[in-house]
Design a protein around this ligand. Structure first.
Ligand code: NAD
Length: 339
């Protein structure tokens, strides 16, 4: 098995080398992302391995198919960057459905605590021996209402963490699945929550679920946390709501226009994206660059599951982690083979 591995980072390689060797897979590591301009690099490979900001549009899929590439192995859970409908009948798509829900849920809580206790401000001050407390007043999480959108693997862990803090949890999910969660309408999430955390996938349904209309319905001072996918939040509407003091704080691990920026060192460049630049300039906004997944445990699990998926696909002819666009929930496709 020869796999072209796109958007490689130094932290990817140790675990992928280990599991590649174990399963007899040769990974050829390319630094570049997969795009229409770089797709030719996949010539001669059996599959490609891609991450969240690689572009797997219809044209890339057509070219991969023409070159005889049989499989796209996503080393992530979300698959909004793959044109799944177009892939049907042409190329198989595998993913890592779960690697560490704790990594993402804990990062969401880390962002929330940092934000509401102003740790990001205090850290910079004390490094400069400025021990003043002015402007650092936070609020207790205990007793606050958190609205969780999406109660799957990550949402569930986040709910348990919030309960540990003594918070009241309400939730919205298109497919409610837990008896011990108080499910409410989206409107109630907006009107009743002090904090809203997004843990649903990006789909046509959830695109800009946090937009101007939603923000208008929220409590003044609401905290928005997004560790799922950038386009769940209309960034311009969020910025306007921060400027008007409607939103009290925003914790963003993802951003709708992140693909050309995140994961790279852009410190020597002029940032063209005015909305992101303005958001980052706000004292009550914390941005991390799609880092919520990045724990040792998650990296190990991602590599092991990806290698296992490729082994299942090439050796057994089917893989339980194959995606199929015909099913709203990936798990509902039980066949192990989309076509
Ligand atoms: P999951 O599939 O276990 O759970 C997703 C939940 O969202 C499910 O309960 C599903 O019913 C619900 N859902 C589906 N459509 C919905 C809708 N229209 N409205 C409300 N809820 C809906 O997924 P997960 O493992 O919990 O991951 C959640 C998301 O987190 C992923 O889709 C991915 O985008 C994101 N993620 C981000 C990172 C990161 O590093 N920032 C890492 C992993 C995953």
């Amino acid at each position: 098995m020869k796999i072209a591995f796109f958007d490689t980072k130094a932290y990817d390689r140790p675990a992928f080398d280990k599991y590649g060797q174990q399963y007899g897979i040769t990974f050829k590591y390319f630094d570049t992302k997969l795009t229409l301009d770089t797709v030719e690099l996949a010539q001669g490979y059996d599959g490609v391995c891609v991450f969240v900001n690689d572009t797997v549009c219809s044209k890339v899929i057509d070219r991969l198919e023409e070159m005889g590439v049989r499989v796209i192995a996503l080393r992530c859970a979300g698959f909004n960057n793959v044109d799944m409908k177009h892939a049907f009948g042409k190329i198989h798509v595998l993913r890592v459905p779960a690697y560490s829900p704790y990594a993402v849920a804990e990062h969401a809580m880390a962002l929330l605590l940092t934000s509401v206790r102003r740790i990001h401000k205090a850290y910079i001050r004390s490094r400069d021996f400025n021990f003043s407390l002015n402007g650092l007043t936070g609020f207790d999480l205990h007793g606050k209402t958190v609205g969780v959108i999406g109660t799957g693997r990550i949402g569930r862990v986040f709910i348990d963490i919030c309960r540990g803090f003594g918070m009241k949890v309400i939730a919205y999910d298109k497919y409610p699945s837990s008896d011990d969660i108080e499910y409410v309408s989206l409107d109630t999430i907006f009107s009743d929550s002090d904090i809203i955390s997004l843990h649903c996938p990006l789909t046509d349904d959830t695109y800009h679920v946090i937009d101007k209309e939603a923000l208008d319905k929220c409590k003044r001072g609401v905290v928005i946390i997004n560790t799922s996918r950038g386009a769940l939040v209309d960034a311009e509407a969020l910025l306007n709501a921060i400027k008007s003091r409607k939103v009290g704080a925003a914790c963003l691990d993802v951003y709708e226009e992140e693909s050309d920026l995140f994961f790279e060192d852009n410190s020597g460049h002029i940032l063209d994206d005015d909305i992101l630049a303005r958001l980052i300039s706000m004292p009550n906004v914390i941005v991390t660059s799609h880092q919520a997944f990045l724990t040792e445990e998650a990296l190990e699990n991602i590599a092991e599951t990806t290698a296992n998926n490729l082994n299942d696909f090439f050796e057994k002819g089917e893989c339980p982690n194959e995606l199929c666009f015909r099913f709203d929930k990936a798990e509902d496709c039980k066949t192990g083979k989309c076509f």
